[in-house]
Design a binder for this molecule. Structure first.
Ligand SMILES: Cc1cc2nc3c(=O)[nH]c(=O)nc-3n(C[C@H](O)[C@H](O)[C@H](O)COP(=O)(O)OP(=O)(O)OC[C@H]3O[C@@H](n4cnc5c(N)ncnc54)[C@H](O)[C@@H]3O)c2cc1C
Length: 390
């Protein structure tokens, strides 16, 4: 096989699949690239329904490295995607609040994040109150604030840019539903489509988001990635959005500015968080019963909030350890995973695209070594737990 005659087929054409396709061309891959996407409106994709924020405050160093790379892309978006490129990147920190009992761990985490290049301020409750006077800090022991490379952006605009650029570079988007994989001599040789046709391939990338566990199942591979529903509430409140951070309360509640209001959410308890396949109904009761009281405790002015609208999307939840799965299957070695990000896939899409492109084009990582995220840990049931998850 020559570079020119080689072919990659990517299942899933939202933010991860599109960054993989685009990055392959940037890495110099010359063969054919086809992206199979069943819904060109992306109505139910995680990408379109996400809160589109980026942080560097992680417990695993590779996640910090991925975020720093992504932030450099977001901050220089015009250099990457042309003068008209605009993803509305608002560089503003995550304010992570911690209890007195959790303070030592959070401080140690922040020091580790700094060692890996993140800019993280460590604040006492008093310092936190000085910077954010509308906060109730009575029961806090610590706060950490991302002083650079954190914030939020327009994921939809980013997706449109990457798709546009990928197309310009000769990537072919195929509107179809992938329905099966054909294996020949221990390799994926074709992706079957639901119209009965097949697309032959030398590499197949599973970027199907919450459906990627199902896609792996076509090869009898047990990939523990499932759709888990997360509801976002858009509210108005008599609180200024000026300087308001992406706030993560120690209760698990989060809130950040969106336009002249806010968006907020909280994960349901584990036993109320089943496989959500096909369920996009917002969990309305979460706001009244759980989220509102927690937010009003932390920010008393939020007693006055008014709900504008709500929506629900799916995390592609990696049930083993909440970390992405990136790289080839250990036996079917032309079948690559780019999934399982469990709530941080949009922010890590540029780094994931580059990683998969390096593996296909050069046979190994050239920049960030993401081998800890490989499938082997899934095979061996060896979690690398990301402790900072929401
Ligand atoms: C409420 C919410 C808030 C979030 N907040 C953040 C955040 O602040 N920051 C962050 O980084 N991440 C966040 N995430 C997570 C982030 O949205 C995801 O990690 C990311 O979008 C995953 O991208 P993806 O391309 O893998 O998946 P998706 O966007 O779901 O794309 C997968 C695509 O594959 C297609 N597909 C699936 N099966 C097939 C098939 N058989 N044939 C053809 N096509 C198929 C689907 O149609 C879909 O378009 C959030 C998610 C949710 C739900």
């Amino acid at each position: 096989m020559t570079q020119q005659s080689a072919s990659v087929v990517i299942i899933g054409g939202a933010i991860i699949g599109s960054f993989v396709a685009y990055s392959l061309r940037r890495e110099g891959f010359k063969g054919s690239i086809k992206v199979i996407e069943r819904d060109s409106t992306y109505q139910f994709s995680s990408t379109a329904l996400s809160a589109s924020s980026i942080r560097t405050q992680f417990g695993c160093s590779f996640n910090i490295g991925m975020s720093l790379y992504s932030a450099s892309v977001f901050k220089n978006i015009r250099q990457w995607f042309g003068e008209d490129a605009d993803i509305g990147f608002e560089e503003r920190g995550y304010l992570m609040l911690g209890s007195p009992e959790g303070a030592d761990i959070q401080r140690a985490n922040a020091l580790m994040q700094r060692e890996h290049g993140a800019s993280v301020d460590i604040l006492s409750p008093e310092q936190t109150l000085q910077r954010f006077p509308w906060l109730n800090v009575d029961d806090l022991g610590i706060a950490t604030y991302g002083a650079a490379n954190e914030g939020w952006f327009d994921a939809w605009a980013l997706l449109q840019l990457v798709r546009r650029e990928a197309r310009k570079l000769g990537v072919d988007y195929v509107q179809a539903r992938a329905s099966g994989l054909t294996c020949t001599n221990g390799k994926v040789s074709a992706v079957r489509l639901d119209d009965g046709s097949s697309l032959p391939c030398d590499w197949c990338v599973n970027a199907a988001g919450p459906a990627s566990g199902k896609v792996a199942g076509w090869l009898d591979i047990a990939l523990p990635v499932e759709p888990r529903k997360r509801t976002v509430f858009h509210i108005k409140a008599p609180v200024s959005t000026e300087g308001f951070p992406m706030l993560f309360d120690n209760s698990g509640a989060w809130i950040r500015p969106e336009g002249d209001g806010f968006i907020a959410g909280i994960a349901p308890l584990d036993h109320l968080d089943p496989n959500a396949d096909g369920d996009f109904e917002p969990a309305h009761e979460l706001l009244e019963d759980v989220l509102w009281p927690l937010l009003a405790h932390r920010i008393p002015a939020l007693e006055q909030m008014r709900l504008q609208r709500s929506w629900a999307g799916h995390y592609e939840m990696n049930l083993l350890d909440h970390n992405g799965v990136i790289g080839a299957h250990h036996e079917i070695d032309n079948f690559l995973f780019a999934t399982g990000f469990s709530g941080h896939g949009v922010m890590h899409s540029p780094a994931t695209g580059r990683a998969i492109a390096e593996l296909i084009t050069h046979g190994q990582y050239q920049t960030l070594d993401l081998s800890p995220l490989g499938f082997e840990r899934i095979r061996d049931n060896r979690p690398i737990v990301e402790s900072v998850v929401y």
